[in-house]
Design a protein around this ligand. Structure first.
Ligand code: ATP
Length: 626
C-alpha cells in the first residue's frame, strides 16, 4: 500500500457509514494504577506465587499507536492480557477508561484483542471470513447494503482486495495479520490490543502492518501492541513507548522523547545506535541491574507523565463528574465508553443470529474439510469393505454366531475410535479459534456448542449409514429393514457419544495428551462391555462399571437387532450348530431377547449426560485458559 493511497483510503472512510473514524466522545484513554498480576508457579508442595506485573502505572491515550516493549519474559503479553480483560484472575490495581473504573463487560464491547498467532478459519476465503464476521457482529441491525459497504471499506483499508477469494490458510503471514485486523475492525472497536503483530513477518510486511496500525490509530483509536525488537524506522512510527523489564516500567512516554529521557538519567544512547536496541539491551540487564533500578525509579514505575506527548486529547478523571463527584447522567456513553442502548448480552447480535451464522459457516467448512468430512467418509467405506470381506456371510449361519459377535464388537470399536479420535485431534485447533472469537464477542459459547452438535449430525449420519449399508449385507446379517434400521440407529448413538467424549478430551487436553487420554478412556468401557467377561460374570463390586459402559449398551443394541425380536432359527451348515436358536446365544451373553429399546434409551441418556459434561468442560477450559 502506497502512502498516498492510504491517505485517500482514510479519507474515503471518513465519509463512509462504517463509522471507522471515531467521534471525540467515543475515544478511549486507558489508564492503570498500581497494577499487579500474580500467577501460581511450581508443582506439588513447591508452589508459590510470582509477580509478573509489579505495581505498574501507565496512561495510553487515544489517537496513538503505543508499543509495549521489553526483553523476553518482561511481562509484555501479560500486560496486554490484563488490560484487555483477557486475564482477570490474580490481577489487582485499578484500570480506568476515560477516568472511570473500567467495567469489564462494557470495555469488552468496545475493544478487541488480536493474539500473536493468527487464529483464522483456515478453510474460509477472505471474503467468506469477512462476511461471516460482519454477520456475527452487525447482524440484522445493519442493512445488507450497509454491511457490504463496511466490508468493502475495511478490505480496501487493509489492502486485501486481491486476496478476496484466497483461503485463509493460503495467505502470507502479512496478509493473515491484516485479515485478523480486518475481522475485528468491522464493528469499529475503539481500543485494539495486538500481541506481537509483526512476529514472523519480513521487514516490508512489518512496515506495512505498523503503517496500517498507525493509520487506524489516527482515526481516533487507542492501539496498543507488544513488539520485540523493532528496527529504527519501525520504532519511529510508534507514538508512544512503554518499556518493561521484569514486570516493572522503565520508561513511558513519547517515542521521540526516549533519547532525551535516557540522556537526562545519564544513560545516553550511543551515537549511531538504534534507540530501540539500546533500551532492550538496558532492560535485559546487559549494562547492570542498577541501571534497570534507576530507570524504574525515574519513570516512577510508569507514573511519571513528564515524557509523554501532551498534544493528545486528555480525559481528566473529573471531567464527567458533577460537583458532588457523581457521574453526570448525560455522560453515560463517555463514562463507560459503552453504547447507550440496552444490551443484555456481551454479543452484538441475537442468539438466533449467532446460531444461524455459525451453522452456515459450519456447512461451508464441512464441505471443504478434508479430515472431518472426506477422510471420514473414505475411512468408513474402506473399513466397512475390509470387515465385510473378513467376516463375509458370518451372520448367515448358526456356525458363525460367535464370529459374528466378534464382528459386532469390531464395528463398535471402529465407530468409537474413529469418531472420538477425529475430535481429539482436530478440536484443540478449533479451541484456539473459539477462544479468540468468543473473547472478541462474536458469539456465545452456548450458540457455538449447539451449532457444532447440530453440524455433526449430517456427516456422522451419512458416514454411519454408508458403513452399515456396506458391512450389513456383506456379512450376511438378516435382510430386514427394521433390523437394519435398529443396527444403524445403535451405531449412530455410539458415534455421537464417542464424538462428545472427543470434544470433552479435545477441550481439556492438547493433541499429544489427548491422543493418550482418549484411547485410555475407552479401555474401561471395553472391559465392562460384556465382551470377553459377560455381564453376569462381572464381580458384584465391579457391576457399576458395566452400568456406565456405553459400549455394553451398544453391544446389546447390536445383538438385539441381529438376534432378538423373535428371530427364527438360523441355518446350520454343519452336523451340529450349538447356537441354531438365537435365544441360546442371547442367554450365553446374558441378554434378554428384546433388549433393544432399553439399551437405546440408556444410550440416549448417556449421550445427553456426556454432552452436558463436555459443555461444562469446555466452558471451564475457556475460563481457565484465560
Ligand atoms: N500463567 C502463568 N504461569 C506461570 N508463569 C507465567 C504465567 N504467565 C506469565 N508467566 C511468566 O511471566 C513472565 C512474563 O511472561 P510474558 O509472556 O508476559 O512475557 P513477554 O514479555 O510477553 O515475553 P515474550 O516476549 O517472550 O513473549 C514470564 O517469565 C512467564 O514465564
Amino acid at each position: 500500500m502506497a502512502g498516498a493511497e492510504e491517505i485517500e483510503l482514510s479519507h474515503s472512510l471518513s465519509s463512509s457509514e462504517s463509522g471507522t473514524n471515531l467521534q471525540t466522545a467515543d475515544r478511549i484513554e486507558l489508564r492503570f494504577k498500581e497494577l499487579t498480576y500474580k500467577v501460581s508457579v511450581g508443582l506439588g508442595f513447591n508452589t508459590g506465587e510470582k509477580d509478573v506485573l509489579k505495581n505498574l502505572c501507565g496512561r495510553f491515550p487515544p489517537n496513538q499507536l503505543i508499543a509495549i516493549m521489553g526483553p523476553s519474559g518482561a511481562g509484555k503479553s501479560s500486560l496486554l492480557d490484563v488490560l484487555s480483560g483477557y486475564r482477570t484472575n490474580g490481577v489487582s490495581g485499578q484500570i480506568l477508561a476515560n477516568g472511570h473504573d473500567r467495567n469489564i463487560n462494557a470495555f469488552r464491547r468496545i475493544s478487541c484483542y488480536i493474539q500473536q498467532d493468527d487464529r483464522l478459519q483456515p478453510l474460509l476465503t477472505v471474503k467468506e471470513a469477512m462476511d461471516s464476521a460482519a454477520d456475527f457482529k452487525l447482524g440484522h441491525r445493519v442493512s445488507k447494503e450497509e454491511r457490504h459497504k463496511i466490508i468493502e471499506n475495511v478490505i480496501r483499508l487493509l489492502g486485501l482486495e486481491e486476496s478476496l477469494y484466497t483461503r485463509s490458510s493460503q495467505l502470507s503471514g502479512g496478509q493473515k495479520k491484516r485479515l485478523s485486523i480486518a475481522l475485528e475492525l468491522i464493528n469499529n472497536p475503539r481500543v485494539m490490543f495486538l500481541d506481537e503483530p509483526t512476529t514472523g513477518l519480513d521487514s516490508q510486511s512489518c512496515t506495512q502492518c505498523i503503517k496500517l496500525l498507525k493509520m487506524i490509530s489516527k482515526q481516533g483509536r487507542t492501539i496498543i501492541c507488544t513488539i520485540h525488537q523493532p528496527s529504527a524506522s519501525l520504532f519511529q512510527m510508534f507514538d508512544q513507548v512503554y518499556l518493561l523489564a521484569n514486570g516493572n516500567c522503565l520508561y513511558q512516554g513519547a517515542t521521540g522523547e526516549m533519547v532525551n529521557y535516557l540522556s537526562a538519567i545519564n544513560l545516553p544512547c550511543p551515537k549511531y545506535h538504534n534507540p530501540a536496541d539500546y533500551v532492550i539491551e538496558l532492560a535485559s540487564g546487559e549494562y547492570g541491574q542498577d541501571k534497570i533500578n534507576d530507570m524504574v525509579r525515574h519513570s516512577e514505575n510508569g507514573k511519571s507523565t513528564q515524557w509523554q506527548d501532551k498534544s493528545y486529547i486528555m480525559f481528566p478523571s473529573t471531567e464527567h463528574l458533577n460537583n458532588n463527584g457523581i457521574a453526570k447522567k448525560s455522560d453515560k456513553k463517555v463514562k463507560t465508553g459503552c453504547p447507550t442502548y440496552f444490551q443484555p448480552t456481551l454479543q452484538d447480535t441475537s442468539y438466533s443470529n449467532q446460531l444461524g451464522v455459525l451453522i452456515s459457516r459450519g456447512v461451508l467448512k464441512i464441505k471443504r474439510d478434508s479430515t472431518l468430512t472426506h477422510l471420514r467418509i473414505i475411512v468408513n467405506i474402506l473399513v466397512a469393505l475390509m470387515l465385510g470381506l473378513l467376516f463375509y456371510d458370518s451372520g448367515k449361519h448358526a456356525s458363525g454366531v460367535r464370529i459374528n459377535y466378534y464382528l459386532l464388537f469390531s464395528i463398535l470399536i471402529h465407530h468409537v475410535m474413529t469418531s472420538m479420535m477425529l475430535n481429539v485431534l482436530t478440536f484443540p485447533l478449533e479451541m484456539s479459534i473459539l477462544i479468540k472469537e468468543h473473547f472478541n464477542r462474536w458469539y456465545s459459547l452456548k450458540a457455538y456448542y449447539i451449532s457444532v452438535n447440530l453440524l455433526d449430525i449430517p456427516v456422522a449420519g451419512f458416514s454411519c449409514l454408508l458403513f452399515t449399508a456396506i458391512v450389513y449385507p456383506l456379512t450376511g446379517q438378516p435382510l430386514e429393514w427394521d433390523r437394519f434400521a435398529m443396527f444403524n440407529f445403535t451405531s449412530l448413538l455410539v458415534v455421537f457419544i464417542a464424538q462428545s467424549v472427543g470434544y470433552m478430551v479435545g477441550a481439556v487436553f492438547n493433541v499429544v495428551n489427548g491422543t493418550f487420554v482418549g484411547p485410555v478412556l475407552v479401555v474401561p468401557m471395553m472391559m465392562f462391555s460384556g465382551f470377553g467377561v459377560t455381564i453376569k460374570d462381572i464381580p458384584t463390586y465391579l457391576k457399576w462399571g458395566s452400568e456406565l459402559s456405553y459400549l455394553r449398551y451398544g453391544l446389546e443394541g447390536y445383538t438385539s437387532a441381529i438376534y432378538g425380536l423373535n428371530r427364527p432359527e438360523l441355518e446350520c451348515d454343519q452336523l451340529y450348530c450349538h447356537y441354531k436358536s438365537p435365544k441360546k446365544f442371547l442367554e450365553l451373553v446374558s441378554q434378554p431377547p428384546d433388549h433393544f429399546w432399553s439399551s437405546s434409551v440408556t444410550l440416549i441418556g448417556i449421550l445427553f449426560l456426556i454432552k452436558l459434561i463436555a459443555y461444562f468442560f469446555l466452558s471451564w477450559r475457556i475460563k481457565v485458559m484465560r
